[in-house]
Ligand binder design. Structure first.
Ligand code: LLP
Length: 424
């Protein structure tokens, strides 16, 4: 898009100074790039805390942060401090959350293929909830119960068959899904009955998650209506509507706030006669707009009559979303955030792969040059967490900024880190 970067895509405490510089959390972002190098993730801590508080205020106790969106020790601790539970989807996420000091009973364990070892670790730690995703998992839980007699609280994950209009890869509530138990097939009812009778688990509710980057509250209402009959009949104490609230990534997009989402979902539940406590698991809506990623422009290649490639020093290893889902991002220059952006370029990464495109149709200021610091806003969710070491590129650091101070919460990987697990 031409025109300056829409500032509503920036984190809460972002300011664009009179001379066009960007400050977040009272820190000059260009100075952070100088100090920590690029690529660099900068997270606005006040923004993160504000979204966590908003979620707790909107849903009450029981709302969990979906840690897959962005997880490190500092984030796990922050979400816990602000009163959120944490959704962990693997033994790895469980380990990070526990290491951060989050009490196990504040954790919700997810996963469509939890191993015996993951289930054992989670139960023995005393996780608050296990969201059961398959009949095999119910058998594993029974086998573990025979070993140690522990009885975890569980929710049964149902797939309500609602097609939320979002990218195919992040759609999870439809009939053809690897997640949960289908409602239409009767599997969900069977799983609820089995879990209700099993001495190895304590059934406390039903869970669903209809997809991610969902903007329309209607989809949540449809899903609630599908599962409402059991929740009413069984009088289960809890219903989790999962996560999925979308956020604006580019100019012209608008998303409901967490408060608006919650009030719409909660009134939908009341209308469906649900008396259960309604839980939710937002990920993206908590962290996406809290961060920006800073890159340095390394080469600019104009192919006459075709396009201009502008290469930055990161790419699909720190943000694979454009490659995976065709996701769009805005770009701007740190030296003049308020500048008009009339020049069309394709921002690409440094990986040995033609598909390593960060922003296909990016608009940048006319004088954009090698050495400029370029940034993409709204990179707080599923960027760092889905990053890789492709081409042995070292992962960028993560810096939290607040009240004029910056703290590195994930340090930059070193070349030696790349060899840590190699054996000769
Ligand atoms: N709960 C469950 C069970 C989930 O599977 C997910 C996300 C969430 C909560 C959080 O959803 P959120 O509020 O963040 O939409 N990598 C994709 C998104 C994958 C989402 C996977 N599950 C992306 O970058 O768009």
């Amino acid at each position: 898009m031409t025109g300056p970067l829409p500032t509503q895509l920036l984190p809460d405490t972002a300011e664009v100074t009179a001379d066009g510089a960007l400050r977040i959390g009272g820190c000059d972002v260009a100075e952070l790039a100088e100090r920590f190098g690029t690529p660099l993730f900068v997270y606005d801590e006040a923004h993160l805390r504000a979204r966590c508080r908003e979620a707790v205020a909107a849903f009450g106790d029981g709302v969990a942060y979906a840690s897959k969106a962005f997880l490190c020790l500092a984030m796990a601790r922050l979400a816990h401090e602000e009163g959120l539970q944490l959704d962990v989807a693997t033994g790895g996420e469980l380990h990070v959350a526990l290491t951060a000091g989050v009490p196990a009973d504040r954790l919700v364990l997810h996963g469509n293929n939890k191993s015996l070892a993951e289930l054992r670790a989670a139960r023995q730690a005393g996780v608050g909830r296990v969201v059961v995703d398959s009949f095999d998992e119910l058998e594993r839980l029974a086998a573990l119960h025979a070993e140690d007699g522990l009885v975890p609280r569980v929710l049964v994950r149902a797939t309500p068959g609602v097609e939320a209009h979002t990218h195919d890869f992040v759609k999870t509530g439809q009939v053809d899904s690897k997640f949960g138990f289908g409602v239409a097939s009767g599997d969900a009812a069977r799983a609820v009955a089995l879990a209700g009778d099993a001495p190895s688990v304590e059934l406390v509710g039903v869970h669903m998650h209809i997809g991610s980057q969902v903007f329309v509250a209607d989809f949540f209402h449809q899903a609630v209506e599908v599962v409402a009959p059991w929740v009413r009949e069984l009088d289960l104490p809890e219903l989790s509507i999962g996560g999925g609230l979308g956020v604006a990534y580019v100019k012209g997009e608008a998303a409901p706030t967490i408060t608006e989402w919650a009030s719409s979902v909660l009134s939908g539940c009341r209308d469906a006669g649900i008396r259960a406590r309604v839980l939710a698991e937002p990920g993206r809506a908590i962290v996406a707009q809290a961060a920006v990623t800073i890159y340095t422009v390394g080469t600019i290649k104009e192919i006459a009559g075709v396009r201009t490639y502008l290469s930055i020093d990161g790419g699909m290893s720190d943000n694979p979303r454009p490659v995976l889902y065709g996701s769009g991002y805005e770009t701007a220059l740190l030296r003049d955030v308020a500048a008009e952006r009339p020049r069309r370029v394709t921002v690409v990464g440094k990986h040995c792969e033609s598909g390593d495109v960060l922003v296909r149709d990016a608009q940048v200021p006319v004088g954009t040059a090698v050495g400029d610091l370029l940034f993409t806003p709204v990179t707080g969710a599923y960027g760092h967490s889905m990053g890789s070491n492709y081409n042995k590129v070292t992962r960028p650091p993560v810096v939290f900024v607040a009240d004029g101070a910056a703290r590195e919460v994930v340090r930059r990987e070193t070349l030696d880190d790349l060899l840590r697990n190699d054996v000769l």
